[in-house]
Design a protein around this ligand. Structure first.
Ligand SMILES: Nc1nc2c(ncn2[C@@H]2O[C@H](COP(=O)(O)OP(=O)(O)OP(=O)(O)O)[C@@H](O)[C@H]2O)c(=O)[nH]1
Ligand SMILES: [Zn+2]
Ligand SMILES: [Zn+2]
Ligand SMILES: [Zn+2]
Ligand SMILES: [Zn+2]
Ligand SMILES: [Zn+2]
Length: 282
């Protein structure tokens, strides 16, 4: 169940337990086949714990919320450890539907090809449209269909990770479900939540959805190519965004024209460098 809007979220089947060829043991069991191949022999654990949720059903809603978030946070911490271990810089892209997340990803992946090794997790409720678009760029992509669920959680991401060769990645980009409310509560283990806001949505979104604009330390103001055609004050919007999150890193971009994208790429490159340095020191 989603703690924010109360909708049912579907779990997944757990049918088998497995051991990778290199000796890496997954302590969880799951029902799908996959091809996670390790390039070296360090044989670390990618384990995580599962819990039974049934006992919580009769408890008070507050307790249920606390349990769901505590469980998610534990799994997010485990994801974070995996990312740190492999030196992968990870972003969680959130927004309302249609702000341009997939378009922004497509352009970013094309422009960074050959420079960084990227992979994408695509969270969608029903379709594989976005995953197909990303696959066309040639980058590894794993789709997560949430069905009626309104956000990705750390557990879903943990399973998606099995489908990548983590040792061959610099950047992992996660496109969350288009929803400015529920994904704010769920840490996926990412380094940054990046909220995409387009100039067609109105400049007051940060104040209307403060939880999300507070949770995201990065904001991409997209579709600036449309500014001549819409009533939208960039200045007012940025002022409202900073009221909710004073230290936000903000980019004004057009995923269509490419305007402003170089600053975004420079920031990504700095993030990759920082993540790599942390691995060397650790
Ligand atoms: N003019 C303009 N249109 C854009 C820009 N970025 C995206 N679009 C258009 O906006 C629409 C939605 O873009 P998507 O990339 O599918 O948006 P999304 O956030 O991935 O949507 P969901 O996955 O449904 O949440 C498409 O028609 C895009 O072509 C932009 O910078 N400028
Ligand atoms: Zn929800
Ligand atoms: Zn699992
Ligand atoms: Zn999309
Ligand atoms: Zn696995
Ligand atoms: Zn590994």
């Amino acid at each position: 169940m989603c703690i924010t809007c109360g909708c049912e979220t579907t779990g997944h089947e757990h049918g088998h337990q497995h051991r990778h060829d290199d000796g890496t043991v997954h302590s969880h069991v799951h029902s799908h086949e996959h091809g996670h191949v390790h390039g070296d022999e360090h044989g670390h654990e990618h384990g995580h714990e599962h819990e039974q949720g049934d006992a919580s059903v009769s408890r008070a809603r507050m307790t249920v919320e606390t349990d769901i978030l505590a469980r998610n946070d534990r799994l997010a911490a485990a994801n974070r450890a995996i990312f740190a271990q492999h030196g992968i810089f990870v972003l969680n892209l959130v927004s309302s539907p249609g702000s341009g997340k997939t378009t922004l990803l497509e352009r970013t992946l094309k422009d960074l090809a050959g420079r960084f090794r990227c992979a994408v997790i695509e969270g969608d409720q029903q379709t594989d449209n976005d995953a197909v678009r990303i696959a066309a760029t040639g980058v590894p992509v794993r789709q997560i269909n949430t069905g009626t669920g309104c956000h990705l959680d750390a557990h879903m991401v943990r399973h998606a990770l099995d489908h990548f060769d983590l040792h061959q990645l610099d950047i992992l980009l996660i496109e969350n479900v288009g929803n400015l409310v529920c994904p704010a509560s769920f840490d996926l283990g990412e380094h940054h939540k990046a909220v995409v806001l387009s100039v067609t949505e109105g400049e007051d979104k940060p104040l209307k959805y403060p939880q999300m604009f507070h949770a995201a330390d990065v904001m991409l103001l997209n579709k600036v190519d449309l500014l001549p055609h819409v009533e939208f004050s960039v200045e007012r919007c940025l002022e409202m965004a900073r009221r909710v999150r004073p230290d936000a890193t903000i980019f004004e971009v057009s995923a269509r024209s490419g305007a402003g994208m170089d600053a975004w790429y420079a920031w990504l490159a700095a993030g990759v460098a920082g993540t790599r340095n942390a691995v060397k020191k650790g």
